[in-house]
Design a protein around this ligand. Structure first.
Ligand SMILES: Cc1cc2nc3c(=O)[nH]c(=O)nc-3n(C[C@H](O)[C@H](O)[C@H](O)COP(=O)(O)OP(=O)(O)OC[C@H]3O[C@@H](n4cnc5c(N)ncnc54)[C@H](O)[C@@H]3O)c2cc1C
Length: 277
């Protein structure tokens, strides 16, 4: 790792992890940059625990996440992992690569936002931690600086509470880029929601926490009536685009429906999986 950081500091490198975003983005063109392949950094692979965090190393694949024993709060992340491409893509693509690629349709982002995840960025100058809203700045834009490597994604154990749900809407059931996706995490005490996180992806340049909706869910009974405050007005702050996968108005409506399902999943009252449009 020290050698990697020294190389990153002194030159201009393109980092390569699972390469499942890297190669498609090249199209038919040649590789024009020096490529630093981090697959040999075994220490960065796997899910580990510290006193205060669950740590997902930067070389951890989606399959590694699916197989890791994790609390129910991570169910949304595991559901998202199962929806990333195909099993081959899940075996090689990494959680960190999904964040660094910063696609608006990255399935990992909403599922990590509801866990209050932070990214760990290391360079020869030191280590810094950024929340996802500070790290992902726009479509394919991140705060990764010169010489920095994302070494891990970490989740505070205080946020690993409750249960979570994830619903992805695609044009077909499998191997599909999201039209919209929603993740929700609820902490329920004595049948009442005491903590709520909701995030929606593919309906703005960067996936978005729905903070006013979260506030509206707190104090409510954790049953099907949780759908009541999830009104169309809650989705006004999204800025979906028209594209080949769907018009903006459809995306906004769909976001509401999948949010209701994700919230009810987190409350334990709804089935899981991708919905075909
Ligand atoms: C057929 C197919 C289907 C797909 N389906 C989905 C899908 O359904 N949902 C979805 O969200 N994505 C999907 N993807 C995209 C991709 O598989 C994921 O985003 C994956 O998680 C990317 O991880 P990777 O390790 O392959 O990243 P790479 O391709 O290796 O890297 C992606 C970018 O991140 C940078 N990078 C990677 N690791 C680091 C690091 N540690 N530090 C700094 N920079 C880094 C690279 O330089 C590059 O710019 C699909 C891709 C394919 C080819």
């Amino acid at each position: 790792l020290e050698e990697t950081l020294a190389l990153l500091e002194e030159g201009h490198w393109r980092i390569l992890a699972g390469a499942t975003d890297f190669y498609p983005a090249l199209g038919s063109g040649p590789v024009r940059e020096d490529v630093l392949d981090i697959n040999g950094l075994g220490a960065l692979r796997g899910v580990s625990h510290t006193a205060r965090h669950v740590v997902i190393g930067a070389r951890t694949s989606w399959t590694d996440v699916i197989k890791a024993p994790l609390p129910a709060a991570f169910d949304a992340l595991k559901l998202a992992a199962r929806e990333v491409g195909s099993i081959q893509i899940q075996n090689t693509g990494t959680v960190a690569g999904n964040l660094c690629n910063a696609s608006p349709a990255a399935d990992g982002v909403p599922a990590l936002m509801i866990l209050d995840a932070e990214v760990e960025l290391r360079s020869t100058r030191g280590t810094r931690y950024l929340g996802l809203d500070e790290f992902i700045l726009g479509n394919r834009r991140t705060a990764l600086g010169h010489g920095e490597l994302m070494t891990a994604v970490r989740i505070p154990k205080a946020s690993a509470a409750g249960r979570s749900g994830f619903v992805k809407l695609g044009a077909r059931r499998y191997l599909v880029i999201s039209i919209a996706m929603a993740a929700a995490r609820l902490v329920v005490e004595d049948g009442i929601v005491t903590e709520a996180r909701v995030a929606i992806g593919a309906c703005s340049a960067v996936a978005k926490r729905m903070r006013s909706l979260e506030a509206a869910l707190i104090g409510r009974a954790a049953d099907s009536s949780l759908a009541d405050p999830i009104e169309p007005a809650c989705f006004a702050e999204l800025s979906p685009i028209d594209d080949v996968r769907g018009p903006a108005a459809y995306r906004r409506q769909a976001a509401r429906q999948i949010t209701i399902r994700a919230v009810l999943q987190a409350a334990g009252t709804e089935r899981t999986g991708t919905i075909a449009a």
